[in-house]
Design a protein around this ligand. Structure first.
Ligand SMILES: Nc1ncnc2c1ncn2[C@@H]1O[C@H](COP(=O)(O)OP(=O)(O)O)[C@@H](O)[C@H]1O
Ligand SMILES: [Mg+2]
Length: 594
């Protein structure tokens, strides 16, 4: 059952051995306390009323039991203080090792997940739900942690206690033990019955809480739309209903949960009466001594809690293992863009070529169809076409975010799959369609391209990308924290920052995917003047909606439904009066109206 967790547990087996050892000692020390009943009875009532005590603890019992009540009690007091004085640091040590054990495993799992997810291909990522993946890193590992604690540490600790108490009870009187066991099936049946109900209730409760959270998230995300449609009150009402449901469901489940411990007390009372009556008879008949009877009673009472904990731990462990599955699902994934290439792309000399390239994301719906395109070094190629025509996909293939389903992409005549991914991507600067910035300062976001870049290089990049012209938009200049995913910046600001980032990288090949789409007139002017300079001596593939940004391209490639339909420069394509001309006119009138 622990199968999938086993390799992780075994990784820290020496720690586990220490933990088990400490658990055993701590449990034994607990058993010692209750064995002290023997010398107490002997000292107070006389030797004939007491046995010689449980064998394991006899040496201490003999030392305590001097035969004289006062000195026995005195020694007992000392013994107790010593035992607890030893138990205290040992328990702490046990916890220290236990938490370490648990956290090392969780640390490993979390890192492995993160590493795996960073390396898995974009194909995997585009087909996965980000929220779900996120919850694997946070929620699932947390639940596995809980299961580890409950199912191994907690379970182990209580299992040892149980063994000690049951051992003591058996030693005291196997007859009484058999009698009390009668109640076990009844208890188990009851625990199971209530346990099932409780679990059902709590699953339900979790679902409601999930909905409640989802509602809040939706409200916060959709606040604009809610207001625009005057739906504030409706939303609040919806939330109130769900909230009320949660409260009711919560109260029901909690009360149900309390039945267990409460009823256990009743069962305890029944057990106690059984033991009292039969124990009385056994003592009266001289079969057991009173100290044994008391030790038996004490052990059985003390065994109740570990018994229950062991029982509960089983369920918790099951639960955690379900989450382990969910994590392993990712850890066992094998969707990488193959990085089998061994050649290092040292220098881009000549040309990029798409040769008979076709591509589909899913099944056989082609997104690119038989693309043939040669881009010479130093050329600026613009790619235009309707949304969804495959422009982004085309450049994705050059960066090897995906590999073509058919055909090849070549650099200087060599299939790019033969290059190492690292050397290939080092040569290419990429500004993505949706600008991605990290939750850090503007400076660090730019330095992301080359963390080792000096202050001078950084400044130059900022100048060349014209970011310096708008630095006064930011309260702390370059050291402004940009907020998660750059939420606090305008689209244009973000694009200029991402441009500075790529300028700092200073790659030979530059890919700009609609790098100007979010720009306002001011930023666009800035960008235009920046681009002229940046693109010099570079090989550039620029995708743009705004035809104004591409009129100066050497060649324009027009994509339509995954195929190249026209190639030429601005005036050639205009005179051809095809798709480009149409797109251009649309743009022109739009601008005219604006
Ligand atoms: N990860 C993906 N999975 C499935 N289909 C995708 C994916 N990315 C894009 N597509 C589809 O591929 C087609 C081309 O997309 P894209 O290259 O982004 O077009 P463009 O950049 O020209 O707007 C579109 O129909 C789009 O819906
Ligand atoms: Mg696109």
């Amino acid at each position: 059952m622990l199968g999938k967790l086993k390799p992780y547990l075994l990784r820290y087996r020496s720690l586990l051995v220490i933990i088990v050892f400490l658990m055993a000692i701590v449990a034994l020390l607990g058993g010692f306390t209750i064995s002290m009943i023997t010398p107490i009875v002997s000292a107070i009532f006389g030797k004939e009323y007491a046995s010689s005590g449980p064998p394991l603890f006899r040496f201490l019992i003999d030392w305590v039991d001097t035969g004289l009540p006062i000195s026995s009690m005195f020694r007992l007091a000392i013994a107790l203080i010593i035992v607890y004085g030893v138990k205290f640091p040992l328990s702490l040590l046990l916890f220290f090792f236990s938490y370490n054990f648990e956290q090392k495993i969780i640390e490993d799992l979390r890192t492995e997940l993160f590493t795996k997810l960073t390396h898995l291909s974009l194909k995997f990522h585009t087909n996965s739900n980000t929220g779900e993946l996120l919850s694997k890193i946070t929620n699932d590992t947390e639940k596995i942690q809980y299961a580890l604690w409950r199912g191994i540490i907690h379970l182990g600790r209580h299992l040892f206690m149980l063994i000690v108490y049951i051992g003591l009870a058996l030693w005291a009187s196997w007859r009484l033990f058999l009698i009390s066991i009668v109640l076990v099936p009844l208890t188990l049946w009851f625990l199971n019955l209530v346990g099932m109900r409780v679990r059902g209730r709590f699953t339900n409760l979790r679902k409601i809480r999930g909905k409640l959270n989802a509602m809040a998230v939706e409200m916060l995300k959709g606040i604009k739309i809610i207001k625009a449609f005057n739906m504030e009150n409706t939303e609040v009402e919806r939330f109130k209903r769900m909230n009320r449901l949660y409260r009711r469901s919560y109260v029901k489940s909690q009360v149900l949960k309390e039945i267990l411990p409460e009823f256990s007390e009743v069962l305890g009372a029944i057990l106690a009466s059984l033991i009292l009556v039969s124990g009385g008879i056994l003592i009266f008949k001289g079969i057991i001594t009173p100290d044994k009877f008391l030790i038996f009673l004490g052990s059985i009472v003390l065994a109740q809690n570990p018994l229950r904990q062991v029982y509960l731990a089983y369920g918790d462990m099951q639960h955690g293992l379900a989450n382990m599955e969910s994590v392993l699902e990712v850890l066992e994934k094998d969707e990488y863009v193959e990085d089998r290439g061994t050649r290092v792309l040292k220098e881009f000399k000549n040309r990029i070529e798409y040769r008979n390239v076709s591509f589909s994301y899913q099944g056989n719906i082609p997104v690119l169809k038989d693309i043939n395109l040669v881009i010479k070094r130093g050329e600026t190629i613009a790619i235009v076409g309707h949304t969804g025509s495959g422009k982004t996909t085309l450049v994705n293939l050059l960066l090897r975010f995906f590999d073509p389903s058919e055909g090849q992409v070549l650099i200087d005549g060599i299939d790019i799959r033969e290059f190492t991914l690292k050397s290939l991507r080092e040569k290419i600067g990429y500004v993505s369609q949706d600008v991605i910035l990290f939750n850090d300062t503007i400076r660090n976001n730019i330095l992301y391209a080359r963390p080792d870049a000096g202050e001078k290089e950084l400044e130059e990049a900022i100048q060349r990308s014209r970011l310096d012209r708008i630095l006064d938009h930011f309260p702390k200049g370059l050291d402004t924290e940009i907020g998660e995913m750059g939420e606090r910046l305008s689209g244009g600001e973000k694009q200029l920052i991402s441009l500075a980032r790529v300028v700092l990288k200073n790659p030979e090949i530059l890919v700009l995917d609609e790098a100007t789409s979010a720009l306002d007139a001011e930023s666009e002017n800035l960008l235009q003047s920046a681009l002229g300079e940046i693109l010099e001596n570079k090989t550039v593939i620029v995708i743009a909606h705004r035809l104004s940004t591409i009129q100066n391209a050497d060649r324009i490639v027009v994509l339509e439904k995954g195929s190249i339909v026209e190639v030429g420069n601005h005036s050639e394509l205009l005179s051809k009066n095809g798709l480009y001309a149409k797109l251009y006119r649309l743009q022109f009138t739009e601008n005219g109206e604006a």
